[in-house]
Design a binder for this molecule. Structure first.
Ligand SMILES: Cc1ncc(C[n+]2csc(CCOP(=O)(O)OP(=O)(O)O)c2C)c(N)n1
Length: 327
């Protein structure tokens, strides 16, 4: 089955716009919270909203997503509750992880968000394992792992791609190539001409896609998800994208990249392009889109209120849920 943007219904396109808008507004608020000293070490996903949105548009609650240290956009696209996310960021007991995980460890198994993870490259083999369990149990769930261009150089990706290929596991390896691992440019750190062409060594499809286009992401991911669900095996997707902010907020991105380069990517902003598409195709008016933005802004404001009104975890809760207990 080949998916194309012609499969994109108006409802789904509007969902994608609202999801990207919600991610942007959430991240802007998270930045304000970090600037106010209420959370530390924020890895912002602003600029990269289209990547998980285009992928998660094809996923169900019983599909799985695994993330990185920069995962708020993955969580929101997979449907994790905004209130619980903001509470988690602010260390409250009502957070997704009862306030003990923080920004880099958000998880919600009921939504199939199996976790952000601060150890670069560590979630890649987990995604292959999750895909293996779905296959062994005879379920048609799909597993997706997002990782950066820096993580693409970890051995864990290569081991996982090999196993996924020989066992035809239902997994998508989605590299968000935002051009830098901290301050290291991709041209310096990644050997070869692309991340996507590494798939060739494992006899799986490897696709490079404009990660600032939600429509292109939707199309490429649709084909990969269908392939995985039908038992035809894994795909490596390299989404070319850009993070507008610094690596985690305390660095000055202009010390390792140029203002012209930043502007080049901002001129291709995924939200502005989706807006233009929705208006050109008559799917929505400017007024409709302003209404969606207002709804996203209010949802984020409500999440802050929820977090503010929530208690901190009790000291006696310190070690509960830290280790999994097996029956
Ligand atoms: C195993 C490991 N090595 C190093 C680090 C420190 N570190 C945190 S983020 C990062 C850069 C990751 O870059 P990339 O994978 O491209 O993701 P991005 O930050 O661009 O989203 C590094 C080196 C880490 N957290 N884990």
């Amino acid at each position: 089955m080949v998916t194309s943007t012609s499969d994109l219904t108006t409802d789904k396109a509007l969902w994608m716009f609202e999801t990207m808008m919600t991610i942007r507004r959430f991240e802007e608020q998270a930045r304000r919270e970090a600037d106010a000293g209420r959370l530390r070490g924020l890895h912002s996903s602003i600029g990269q909203e289209a990547v998980p949105t285009g992928v998660c548009a094809h996923l169900r609650d019983d599909d799985y997503v695994l993330g990185t240290h920069r995962s708020h956009h993955h969580c929101i696209a997979k449907g994790v509750d905004l209130n619980e996310m903001m509470a988690e960021l602010l260390g409250k007991a009502t957070g997704t992880n009862k306030g003990k995980g923080g920004t880099m460890h958000i998880a919600d198994v009921n939504k199939g968000m199996l976790g952000a993870n601060g150890v670069v490259g560590s979630n890649i083999p987990v995604a292959a394992g999750v895909a293996l369990s779905a296959k062994v149990q005879g379920r048609d769930s799909v597993s997706v792992v997002f990782f950066g261009d820096g993580a693409a150089n970890q051995g864990s990706l290569h081991e996982s791609m090999n196993l996924a290929a020989i066992w035809k596991l239902p997994v998508l390896f989605v590299c968000e190539n935002n051009r830098y691992a901290e301050s290291t440019p991709v041209e310096y750190a990644v050997a070869g001409t692309s991340v996507a062409n590494r798939a060739e060594g494992y006899a799986m499809p490897g696709v490079t896609v404009d990660g600032q286009s939600a429509l292109d992401m939707f199309e490429v991911a649709g084909e990969a998800v269908a392939r995985a669900r039908e038992g035809r095996g894994p795909t490596l997707i390299e989404a070319q994208t850009y993070r507008y902010m610094g690596h985690f907020g305390a660095d000055d991105p202009l010390s390792y990249r140029t203002a012209e380069e930043e502007q080049y990517y901002k001129d291709r902003d995924c939200i502005e392009r989706m807006k233009a598409h929705l208006i050109e195709t008559g799917a929505a008016s400017q007024e409709d889109l302003d209404g969606i933005d207002a709804r996203a802004t209010e949802a984020v404001a409500a999440a802050v209120r929820f977090a503010d009104e929530s208690p901190y975890p009790q000291p006696e809760e310190l070690t509960t849920d830290v280790y999994v207990s097996y029956p």
